[in-house]
Design a binder for this molecule. Structure first.
Ligand code: SF4
Length: 372
C-alpha cells in the first residue's frame, strides 16, 4: 500500500475528520462488513473513539466500539493492543491499511484475544482528503429507527421519553426499598447519600473522609428538623426548593449538586417509603415533585441519542429539554443504558422494527457511492 498522498494543495487528513465521517454516517455502507444500525456516540476521555455502534450481524443486532486511526499500524503504535479499554472494539476504521502483507487486510488483534475487521476508507475515496471533507459538508446521513418516532409529534416523543425517565426513577426507588429491607431506613439513606455525593462530585472529587464529613453534615441538618431522616424528608417532600436547600448543609453543597443529591438519594428513598407504608399522600407528592423537576445540565452521554431524536438543531432540543425536565434527561439515560448500548435498535420502545433483509455490501456499490 502506498503512503497517503494528498494533492499538494490539499491539507492532509486529520484523524478527527475520519471520526466525524463515521459519526455522521458518511462512511460508505458497502465498505462495512455488516449493515450499520447506529453509528454510536463520540467517546470521551481515554478509550475508543466511538462507543456503542450497533451493527446487524447475521440478522442479530450487536454493539461494540469503533477505533479510528489514519493508519492500521497505529493501533499497535498507540499501545492499544494490551489496553483492556479496547477489548470491546468491534471495528477498526482506518484511512489506510499500511501493514505489510500478509497482515494487510486482516482483522486487527485486540486485548483478550479478540479481533475486529479493519476497514480502510481511503482507497474507496481515491486517497483524497477533499472527498472526506465534501462528504462531511453534506451533514449527517442515516438515522437510527427512533428518529422516525419524532415524526409522530413532539408531545408524543416527550411523553415517551419521560415515561422512560419514570421507569429509571422507579428502578432507583426499588433499589432504595431493597436497601431498607436489608439494612433499615437510616443505613439505606446513608448508602444512597454516599453514592449520590460520589456521583455528583465532578472533577474535583473530595476523598472518602471528606465525603463522609459532608454526608454527616447533611444528615445532622435533617435530624435537627425531625427525629429520623425518613420523617424529615417526608415533611420536606412538598416543594423542591425547600428539599434541595435542606440538603445543602449550610451552603457546603452548591445548588446544582444538592439538586442531584435530592434526585438520586432523597427522591428514591421517599418513593420507597411511600410504597412500604402504602402512603398515598406521599406517593402523590413525590410524583408531583418528579414530574416538575427541572432539567439538569445536559449529559454528554446522551448527546448523540438526543440529536437523533430531535431534528432541526439546537432550538428544538433546548425546548424539549426544558419542557421535558429531569424526566426527559433520565429517560434518555434509561434508553441509552437499557437499549442503545445493547443493540436495541429495532426492538426498543422508540423504534420501528428493522428490516433483516438489508442489501449485502458490494465493492462496486461502495465505489459508486464514494464517487458521488
Ligand atoms: S436503541 Fe432505540 S433509542 Fe437507542 S438509538 Fe436505537 S432506536 Fe434509538
Amino acid at each position: 500500500m502506498t503512503a497517503q498522498r494528498p494533492r499538494a494543495d490539499e491539507p492532509p487528513l486529520a484523524e478527527h475528520e475520519l471520526t466525524a465521517l463515521w459519526l455522521t454516517g458518511r462512511v460508505p455502507a458497502e465498505a462495512l462488513p455488516w449493515p450499520l444500525l447506529r453509528a454510536g456516540r463520540a467517546g470521551r476521555g481515554p478509550g475508543p473513539d466511538v462507543r456503542e455502534a450497533t451493527f446487524l450481524r447475521n440478522g442479530v443486532p450487536v454493539v461494540g466500539d469503533v477505533e479510528v486511526h489514519l493508519r492500521a499500524s497505529d493501533l499497535a503504535r498507540h499501545g492499544h493492543l494490551e489496553d483492556l479499554a479496547y477489548a470491546q472494539v468491534i471495528l477498526h476504521l482506518v484511512w489506510q491499511d499500511d501493514r505489510p502483507a500478509p497482515a494487510r487486510g486482516t482483522p486487527a488483534s485486540l486485548p483478550l484475544g479478540a479481533t475486529a475487521p479493519t476497514v480502510a476508507v481511503g482507497p474507496l475515496l481515491g486517497l483524497r482528503p477533499a472527498r472526506v471533507r465534501a462528504l462531511l459538508a453534506r451533514g449527517p446521513s442515516g438515522r437510527p429507527p427512533c428518529h422516525e418516532f419524532a415524526r409522530g409529534g413532539v408531545d408524543d416523543l416527550q411523553r415517551a421519553v419521560r415515561r422512560e425517565g419514570q421507569r429509571r426513577l422507579a428502578e432507583r426507588a426499588w433499589q432504595a426499598g431493597a436497601l431498607a429491607v436489608a439494612h433499615g431506613w437510616a443505613e439505606a439513606w446513608s448508602r444512597l447519600l454516599d453514592r449520590a455525593l460520589a456521583k455528583s462530585a465532578g472533577r474535583h472529587a473530595e476523598g472518602p473522609a471528606a465525603r463522609a464529613g459532608l454526608a454527616e453534615a447533611i444528615t445532622t441538618a435533617l435530624l435537627v428538623r425531625q427525629t429520623t431522616v425518613a420523617r424529615a424528608l417526608t415533611a420536606l417532600a412538598v416543594d423542591r426548593p425547600r428539599l434541595v436547600e435542606a440538603l445543602r448543609a449550610d451552603g457546603r453543597l452548591g445548588l446544582a449538586r444538592a439538586g442531584e443529591v435530592a434526585w438520586n438519594a432523597a427522591l428514591p428513598l421517599l418513593i420507597a417509603l411511600a410504597t412500604a407504608y402504602a402512603d398515598a399522600d406521599l406517593a402523590q407528592r413525590t410524583a408531583r415533585l418528579a414530574a416538575s423537576w427541572p432539567a439538569p445540565r445536559p449529559y454528554g452521554r446522551t448527546e448523540a441519542l438526543e440529536a437523533a431524536l430531535v431534528a432541526g438543531g439546537d432550538a428544538p432540543r433546548a425546548a424539549l429539554r426544558s419542557g421535558g425536565g429531569a424526566l426527559w434527561q433520565q429517560g434518555l439515560l434509561h434508553l441509552q443504558d437499557l437499549w442503545c448500548s445493547r443493540g436495541g435498535c429495532g426492538v426498543c420502545p422508540l423504534s420501528a422494527p428493522v428490516s433483516l433483509e438489508l442489501t449485502p455490501p458490494t465493492a462496486a456499490r461502495a465505489l459508486a457511492i464514494s464517487a458521488n
